[in-house]
Design a protein. Structure first.
Lengths: 271, 359
């Protein structure tokens, strides 16, 4: 299936990350790596620390311990806009689009870091500023074609249905031409067809653009199908890390997901 | 029926990104500009020019300025009056201190000075939002007025605290301030400045800088993750907005009234301009103009309405009615369309495309 793409060395390494809010330990001593061009799924029950992990990666939370190495550079404290400048884009669990703007403007905003024209040229909308605007428009139109949202390009995103909003959010993240794309539950709340579409887009992005993708997802069918590797978190700890098949067979994971049956153990003891 | 874009195919992104992509809109705007620049100065009398159209233009510019900050960047400000005063006094000090400076340069430079002051008072916006920020901007309003009242240096030690615009010409004999200036000349000067600055504002809001403001307005966390620096976006909005408001203040003092004291820019001025953009439409350049027209022109129309319809009502009854009808209309428009007159205009245009068919 992924014959064309080559999974490379580690793009991002997370080492011994610990994060707490007051007395609550959100992440405890987590280490894993995201390899170039792969699709990595982060799974775990609710409250396992998956979203916190993404927030740490793109600089939104600052972990108390541990370090992050991205593209060979170990990172000190970083702000989200610095992460964006280094090529990390993401989508959110609860859609975080700019509701007052059209689909096209949302996607164009995603390309903001690529635009260089000074302020006064923009106010005059002359020569280079206009050219720059049109070049980026052309790029955004390619993303619009890719994600099949041509019909809604002028619609204010607040009026779009949920599934399309998720797609626009993916489009906005893609507009930044990221090297690492973090997707926080891209398929939550979707019906089967929408999920299939989204899976196709995620795989296409990975294949065509070579974008490394780290995604959080609850739908196990989706996770096992599209990801190259899976990291399992539970209560802020890492339970397992490996290919879908390895993870599926891991006893700790099974216990965390299905629960250890106390009745069985009790009845076994009684017998 | 007449307002149809059928058959107008856009073949380039440039055509699609134009401010007025529809031919009928372009014709209408060209017609409007022609009337404003050619017909009005010839036809209108002095009363119309200097008591109706000039304040409308000045308020429009201030409303555009505030709309950039509040409507586009989402930062509520109640310091508009203070910033207008800042522009007025900066223009006064510049034109009296450097008499050789051209009036256009004076206007723009006082805008720049106000922009710097605006950035200073915009710093709290990095920490506080919404109503709390509005209260913080009150500091600008009160501090600036206090400053201009307290230190006579700003009024060149005039005992009354009133500043009067020295006579200045744009070129040759074309005086726009002082006694030699004709109402038509003042009007044309103000109109040109307002039209150019409004065009610049429109360009800003459809380019990168405008998108970064709207992104901060709609979802500041997502904006930051895309790579927008809240510091740059918010402070640039404060700077540009204050620039516009400063130029409007300078125009108020120099072109509209000719002489002014700090009291003219009290807190009710800030509220007045805030109401203009709320009624006109937050996040719309057109809405700034509609709101300014509503707030400045409607009271004048209401007080003259009995005469127009040949009714004889005593003057004080008229003024009471004026307030009542004005208040009722504000409530009416806000209920009918909370997004302002600009949205009503947009809906009207959409309806017009289908007329005479219902859908």
């Amino acid at each position: 299936m992924h014959a064309a793409r080559q999974i490379g060395g580690p793009l991002l390494q997370v080492e011994n990350i610990s994060l707490s809010f007051g007395g609550v330990r959100a992440l405890a001593n987590i280490s894993f790596e995201i390899r170039e061009h792969e699709v990595l799924a982060i799974i775990g029950p609710n409250g396992a620390g998956k979203s916190s992990m993404l927030n740490v990666i793109n600089g939104f939370y600052h972990p108390q311990e541990g370090r992050i190495t991205y593209k060979g550079k170990t990172r000190a404290r970083m702000r989200p806009h610095q992460a964006a400048a280094q090529g990390i884009a993401r989508t959110f669990q609860n859609i975080a689009l700019f509701k007052g703007m059209s689909t096209l403007d949302n996607i164009m905003t995603g390309r903001l870091l690529k635009m260089r024209q000074p302020f006064f040229m923009q106010a005059l909308y002359l020569g280079p500023a206009k050219r720059e605007e049109l070049e980026h428009r052309a790029f955004c139109e390619r993303i619009i074609d890719f994600l099949e949202i041509q019909a809604i390009r002028k619609t204010p995103v607040g009026r779009l249905p949920y599934g399309l909003q998720k797609r626009v959010e993916l489009a906005r993240a893609l507009a930044a031409e990221p090297e690492l794309l973090l997707l926080d539950e891209p398929m939550a709340g979707m019906n089967v067809e929408e999920k299939e579409d989204m899976c196709r887009f995620v795989l296409d992005v990975n294949e065509h653009f070579g974008t490394t993708i780290a995604l959080i997802e609850h739908d196990m069918g989706v996770v096992m199908d599209i990801s190259d590797r899976v990291v399992v978190l539970d209560y802020g700890r890492k339970l397992a890390d490996g290919t879908p098949d390895e993870v599926r067979a891991d006893q700790a994971v099974i216990d965390a997901y299905l629960g250890v049956s106390h009745e069985e153990t009790a009845s076994a003891a009684a017998e | 029926m007449f307002y149809r874009e059928a058959g107008q195919f856009k073949t380039s992104y440039a055509a699609d990104q134009a401010i007025f992509p529809i031919l009928q809109d372009r014709i209408f705007v060209a017609f409007l500009l022609l009337v404003a620049f050619v017909v009005v100065p010839v036809v209108a009398n002095e009363y119309w020019l200097s008591t109706i159209l000039l304040p409308f233009l000045v308020f429009s510019l201030a409303a555009v300025g505030l709309n950039l900050l509040t409507g586009y960047c989402g930062q509520l400000s109640l310091g508009t009056g203070g910033f207008m005063a800042c522009g007025a006094f900066a223009a006064y000090k510049l034109s009296t201190g450097f008499p050789e400076l051209n009036i256009v340069v004076v206007m723009l430079a006082s805008g720049v000075i106000t922009a710097l002051v605006g950035v200073l008072f915009g710093l709290p916006s990095l920490r506080i939002k919404g109503f709390y920020l509005a209260v913080a901007t009150l500091a600008a309003q009160f501090f600036l007025l206090w400053l201009f009242n307290k230190f006579a240096w700003f009024t060149n030690y005039s005992p009354s605290g009133v500043i009067s615009a020295p006579p200045r010409a744009v070129f040759g004999d074309f005086f726009v301030t002082g006694p030699q200036a004709t109402p038509a000349g003042k009007y044309l000067f103000a109109l040109t400045l307002v039209a150019l600055l409004a065009l610049a504002a429109k360009n800003m809001v459809r380019c990168r800088v405008g998108r970064s403001w709207m992104a901060i307005r709609d979802m500041d966390i997502a904006a930051e993750i895309i790579g927008i620096r809240p510091l740059t976006a918010k402070l640039s909005a404060f700077a540009v907005s204050s620039f516009y408001i400063g130029v409007a203040g300078a125009m108020w003092a120099f072109v509209y009234t000719g002489s002014v004291e700090a009291l003219a820019f009290q807190i009710d001025r800030s509220f007045q301009i805030l109401f203009m953009i709320i009624i006109g439409g937050l996040g719309s350049i057109l809405g700034s103009f509609l709101g300014a027209a509503f707030i400045t022109l409607l009271p004048i129309f209401l007080s003259n309405a009995p005469n127009i319809f040949g009714l004889s009502i005593s003057v004080d009854t008229v003024s009471h009615f004026e307030f009542m009808i004005f208040g009722a209309l504000i409530v009416f428009f806000l209920i009918v369309e909370p997004h302002g007159l600009a949205r009503l205009w947009q809906i009207a245009k959409e309806k017009l495309r289908l007329w005479p068919f219902p859908y």
